[in-house]
Design a protein around this ligand. Structure first.
Ligand code: FAD
Length: 425
C-alpha cells in the first residue's frame, strides 16, 4: 500500500478506504484529545503584518471572522514568558470587528507580479533559516497568543473577490501554475506535488466550512450572528463544492489531494518521531505536561504503523544542479504562499491559514531539508551504543511543532467529516 507519486493525479495505490479506516478509527480520536492539551492549543500569531502584495489588506470585515485574543492570565505560565506589556497593549488595540462594516465593498486588484523585490521582509526571512519552507514564525513583538479551541475553524462567510484573490495568487503565481488543470500530468513530479498539497489544503478548508456551517437568516444581516443561529453540517454545501457535477469533474480529485496531503504530513510526523519522543512539551504544569508526553507517544505509535505511504526520497533525487535549483524554487514558492497569508482579509481565516501553512512548511522542512535524515540515523546509532546525548531537536521551534500537529489534526478532522457528510447525502 504505497502512494505512487508518478503517473496520474490521484492515483494513490493506497485506497481512500484504507486511509478512512486508519484515520477515523485510530488516529482521529487520539488527535482530537491530544490537541486539547495546553501545549497544542495556544498559538502565537501576528495579525499586524503588512500584506506585501497589494494595498488594503488584513482588514477584519465580518463578525464571524473575529478572533478572541488571549489575555496574559489565559496563557499557561510556561508559555507566558514571551508575553510582554506591549502584547497586552496590542490585545487592547486589536481589530474590533464589532465596529467594522459587515461586508467588503471595494477590493484592490491582484498584483500578479510577485517577485522578490516586492517583499519588504525578504532579507529577514532569507536570514531566518535557509531550510525553512515557510517564512519566519510569528514570534516577534507584535504576535499574540490565540486559544485555538475558542476560535474553531468554521464557516465565516469570507468569499467572493477577496477570497478568490488569495487562492488565485497562490495557484497562479506560486504553484508553478501556468497550465490549465487538465495539463497537470505534464508537470514534473515535484511541481505536481506542490499543486496537490495546496489543493489538499484548499479542500480541507472548504470541508471545514461545510462541516461547521452557520445556518441563519439569509439576508445581509445573516453574518451578524443572530441569537437563533445554529452551527452544523451542511451536506448541500459540501456537495456543491466537491461533486463532479458542480466542479467540472474536478471535485473528487481535490478530495484525493486532501488524502495525499494527509499522507505527506503523516510521513513528516513519523520521521520526526525520535525527536518528539524527547520533547518535554513544557507549559509549566507538571501533571499536564506528563499527560501530553504520554499522549504524544501513543499517537506516534499509531502514526508509525502508517508511515510507508509516501516516499519523499522520490523527490529532488535527480542530483546535481537541476535538483538543487528545483528544491530552492520549491522552497521559495512555498515561502511566498506563507507570505500571502498576511493578505487574508478575514482574521479567523488568517489564523487557520497561517497555522496550516506553517504546519505544512514544517512538514516539508522535515522531509526535504536533509537535516532530519542524518540526525535520525545518529539517534539510532547512539541508542544502539547506549550513549546518552541530548536528543532535543535543535531545528524545531515550539510554534513549528504546534502548527504541524494542528495541521495534521485539521486534515484528520476533514477526513472524518467527509464520511459524516457523505452519509447525510
Ligand atoms: P473557492 O474555494 O474560493 O475556490 C475558487 C476556485 O478554486 C473554485 O472555483 C475552483 O475552481 C477552485 N478550487 C476550489 N477548491 C479547490 C481545490 N481543493 N483544489 C484546486 N482548486 C480548487 N471560508 C470560511 O468560511 N471559513 C474559513 O475558515 C476560511 N478560511 C480560508 C482561508 C484562506 C487562506 C482562504 C484563502 C480562504 C478561506 N475561506 C474560508 C474562504 C473559502 O476557502 C472560499 O474561498 C469561499 O468559501 C468561496 O468559495 P468558492 O465556492 O467561491 O470557491
Amino acid at each position: 500500500c504505497l502512494c505512487h507519486l508518478e503517473g496520474q493525479i490521484g492515483d494513490c495505490a493506497c485506497s481512500v478506504d484504507v486511509v478512512d479506516q486508519f484515520n477515523n478509527v485510530k488516529l482521529y480520536p487520539r488527535l482530537r484529545s491530544l490537541l486539547s492539551k495546553d501545549y497544542f492549543r495556544f498559538y502565537k500569531v501576528n495579525f499586524q503584518r503588512r500584506c506585501p502584495f497589494w494595498e488594503e489588506d488584513g482588514r477584519c470585515s465580518m463578525k464571524t471572522c473575529h478572533v478572541k485574543m488571549c489575555h496574559e492570565g489565559d496563557v499557561p505560565p510556561g508559555l507566558r514568558e514571551n508575553l510582554t506589556v506591549e502584547d497586552e497593549v496590542l490585545i487592547s488595540k486589536s481589530h474590533d470587528c464589532e465596529k467594522e462594516s459587515d461586508t467588503d465593498t471595494e477590493l484592490g486588484h491582484l498584483n500578479m507580479t510577485i517577485s522578490p523585490d516586492v517583499y519588504k521582509g525578504f532579507e529577514l526571512w532569507q536570514a531566518y533559516d535557509e531550510d525553512n519552507f515557510s517564512v519566519y514564525p510569528d514570534e516577534d513583538g507584535e504576535a499574540q497568543y490565540v486559544d485555538l479551541l475558542l476560535n474553531p475553524e468554521r464557516f465565516t462567510g469570507y468569499k467572493g473577490k477577496a477570497a478568490h484573490r488569495i487562492w488565485k495568487a497562490i495557484y497562479l503565481e506560486n504553484c508553478f501554475w501556468s497550465q490549465a488543470p487538465l495539463e497537470l500530468n505534464n508537470l514534473c513530479l515535484e511541481k505536481r506535488v506542490f499543486y496537490r498539497v495546496i489543493s489538499g489544503l484548499h479542500a480541507s478548508i472548504n470541508i471545514h466550512l461545510s462541516a461547521n456551517y452557520l445556518f441563519g437568516k439569509r439576508s445581509r444581516v445573516f453574518l451578524t450572528q443572530q441569537p437563533n443561529d445554529e452551527w452544523g453540517r451542511n451536506a448541500a454545501e459540501f456537495h456543491r463544492r466537491f461533486s463532479p457535477t458542480y466542479t467540472k469533474g474536478l471535485g473528487p480529485q481535490w478530495l484525493k489531494n486532501l488524502y495525499f496531503l494527509y499522507l505527506v504530513e503523516l510521513r513528516a510526523v513519523a520521521k520526526v518521531a525520535p525527536y518528539l519522543k524527547n520533547e518535554s512539551f513544557y507549559t509549566g504544569n507538571n501533571e499536564e505536561d506528563r499527560e501530553t508526553k504520554i499522549a504524544v507517544s501513543d499517537m506516534l505509535k499509531i502514526v508509525d504503523s502508517f508511515k510507508y505511504h509516501f516516499n519523499e526520497s522520490a523527490l529532488f533525487d535527480g542530483g546535481g544542479q537541476t535538483a538543487d535549483d528545483l528544491k530552492k524554487e520549491f522552497r521559495y514558492r512555498f515561502r511566498n504562499v506563507s507570505r500571502i497569508m498576511d493578505c487574508v482579509g478575514c482574521q479567523k481565516c488568517k489564523l487557520w491559514g497561517k497555522l496550516q501553512v506553517q504546519g505544512l512548511g514544517t512538514a516539508l522542512k522535515i522531509l526535504f531539508s536533509g537535516k532530519f535524515d542524518s540526525m535520525s540515523t545518529e539517534i539510532q546509532k547512539n541508542r544502539a551504543n547506549s550513549t546518552l546525548i541530548d536528543l532535543k531537536p535543535p531545528q524545531l521551534a515550539r510554534s513549528e511543532i504546534v502548527s504541524l500537529f494542528n495541521a495534521i489534526g485539521r486534515l484528520s478532522n476533514s477526513i472524518y467529516e467527509i464520511e459524516q457528510l457523505k452519509r447525510m447525502i
